[in-house]
Design a protein around this ligand. Structure first.
Ligand code: MTE
Ligand code: MO
Length: 523
């Protein structure tokens, strides 16, 4: 019994039962999201209001929080985001239902607001056209319709004498209606998922086949890594290559739909098709990429044999006008980077429009059909995946995605080193302990890596054979570790003579600094 039922003065009207009201809200939400997802399946999966709101949230997230998410959750940052969004949405939907126990108006208004947020998020996406608005509109219409319907048939708390009879019928109708909505929403959501995945780019990628470069990269010597001693293998397998991007769903671009427009401050604008690129003599280069969000000791660094064409060749064909400063590069989902023109034109650096990694077409997650790779610069200023547009322009004219959010305009990769063996807290035997790791100073090259125990003297390590200055270099040594708990530090010196600073700096705005250290407990 509730307070109203006991209150003799209460007006003779009904209210929805508490849980029925909450369920009405949640089921309407499920139906709305599923309807939007189904319609989006036919247009573009990113038009799905759920994903669009998620993508919008990513773009609006303050830089520190985003950087924290990337560092803490890695590639799962997106699952964490979608999961927390789901929790919040279910909560709000249940609340909307509960607020509508007497009248459906509050819930309807809330659903309409939800719908508008979804529509706005879709509208704001640079990769979607006006047709995409059909998805949030479907969500809005279905959400409100389901809410009103369930609201009508939901079990109520009646003040009249025949209450039991009435609530009995309406409970059955509500359960049936609710089950219908659950089944319908499940089918629509699944249908949307199937339809969008039938449009995915996997088949297009398989049709490309093996990529055979005209100029292959020099074979990686056997002593380029110390994998047996605990370093990573020199070349990172494609499925182990670190991944960082803002895309909630991996862009699906088929080769036949892809083209790259090169324009702006050039003598002639050029549009390249996939065949145009693929049929050129392809070059292969071994390059170590690094993310600016990599913390000291972090994993956002990987090496691949990239296959593609020289970016400098494409720029020469278009004819870069004097005064040009940056390549403003846009991906199919609207993300942008700004690369210094000088770095892109520098043949010694070897910036590429890449279409392959380790003999295969680029994996979808790494930018299929084509991406940029610029040795020596952090990925956010140089490595646009799913690239479709390169505008040659000035720094003043255009501001790229992360630059607008507080990161630096120019971002050369910093000289770094990392201890891989052992990682975390290690328990070892007192005496000679083998320590191994990696160091990188792309486009400069690693000269030496030193290690020390606590405040002890620095000791030089054995370096692996250098592959090229644009790649990482492995190191190892044996250290005498006395009994007890000790810190092992490493630091690299690059070929310009610079030795890593011990000054700790965070990743924002242009990359972390400081010495990596690992705690060894010897007994
Ligand atoms: N389209 C697009 N390209 C992008 C990004 C992105 O968010 N979207 N992130 C950049 C960043 S920050 C890095 S470090 C590299 C990572 O490339 P990878 O995921 O292939 O390792 O891609 C770059 N290219
Ligand atoms: Mo990055």
């Amino acid at each position: 019994m509730t307070a109203t039922e006991l209150d003799p003065e209460a007006p003779p009207r009904s209210r929805l039962r508490f849980f029925a009201a909450a369920f009405t809200g949640v089921l309407a939400l499920a139906a709305a999201l599923a309807a939007g997802h189904l319609v989006a399946g036919f247009i573009n999966v990113n038009a799905s209001p759920y994903l669009a709101v998620g993508n919008g949230a990513i773009d609006l997230t303050p830089v520190e929080l985003k950087d924290f998410a990337v560092r803490t959750f890695g590639t799962y940052d997106k699952l964490v985001l979608l999961g927390s969004m789901a929790v919040v949405m279910v909560g709000v939907a249940a609340l909307a239902g509960v607020l509508s126990r007497r009248s459906p108006v509050p819930g309807t208004v809330l659903i309409a607001l939800f719908g508008l947020v979804g529509a706005f998020a879709v509208f704001e996406r640079p990769d979607l056209t006006a047709v995409a608005l059909l998805a949030p509109i479907a969500s809005l219409v279905v959400g409100i319709a389901v809410f009103l319907l369930l609201h009508r048939i939901a079990p109520r708390v009646w003040r009249e004498p025949d209450a039991d009879e009435k609530s009995g019928t309406s409970r059955r109708a509500f359960l049936l209606g609710g089950a219908g909505v659950v089944v319908g929403a499940g089918a629509a959501g699944l249908g949307g998922q199937l339809i969008s995945s039938s449009r995915d780019a996997t088949a297009s990628r398989e049709a490309v086949g093996k990529l055979v470069p005209a100029r292959t990269a020099p074979t990686i010597p056997a002593d380029a890594d110390f994998a047996k001693l605990g370093t990573p293998p020199f070349l990172t397998p494609n499925d182990k290559f670190y991944r960082v991007d803002t895309a909630l769903s991996v862009p699906q671009v088929r080769t036949e739909d892809w083209s790259l427009r090169l324009h702006g401050m050039v003598d002639r604008e050029i549009r390249y098709s996939y065949q145009d690129i693929r049929s050129r003599p392809l070059v292969e280069r071994t390059v170590t990429m690094t993310c600016v969000s990599n913390e000291v000791g972090g994993d956002y660094v990987s090496t691949s044999n990239f296959i593609g064409v020289d970016l400098a060749d494409l720029l020469a064909e278009a004819g870069v006008k004097p005064g040009a400063e940056q390549l403003f590069c846009t991906s199919v989902d609207g993300w942008t980077s700004g690369t210094p023109v000088a770095a892109a034109q520098d043949r010694g650096r070897g910036a590429m429009l890449a279409i392959g990694m380790n003999g295969e077409p680029l994996p979808l997650e790494h930018g299929f059909p084509a991406r940029l790779v610029t040795p020596g610069l952090f990925g956010y200023v140089s490595a646009t995946k799913w690239v479709v547009d390169i505008e040659v322009t000035t720094w003043a004219a255009r501001q790229a995605y992360w630059l607008k959010r507080g990161w630096s305009q120019e971002a050369p990769i910093k000289t770094e080193s990392r201890i891989d063996s052992h990682r975390g807290f290690a328990n070892v035997r007192t005496g000679k302990v083998r320590v191994a790791g990696v160091a990188w100073a792309q486009h400069t090259g690693i000269e030496k890596v030193e290690v020390r125990v606590d405040q002890g003297p620095w000791q030089e390590t054995t370096l692996s054979q250098e592959v090229n200055p644009n790649t990482w270099r492995m190191w190892w040594t044996e250290l005498d570790i006395p009994a007890g708990v000790h810190q092992v530090f490493c630091r690299a010196t690059d070929k310009s003579g610079y030795t890593q600073t011990d000054q700790r700096a965070g990743t924002v705005p242009d990359g972390a600094t400081g010495w990596h250290n690992v705690t060894f407990t010897a007994a």
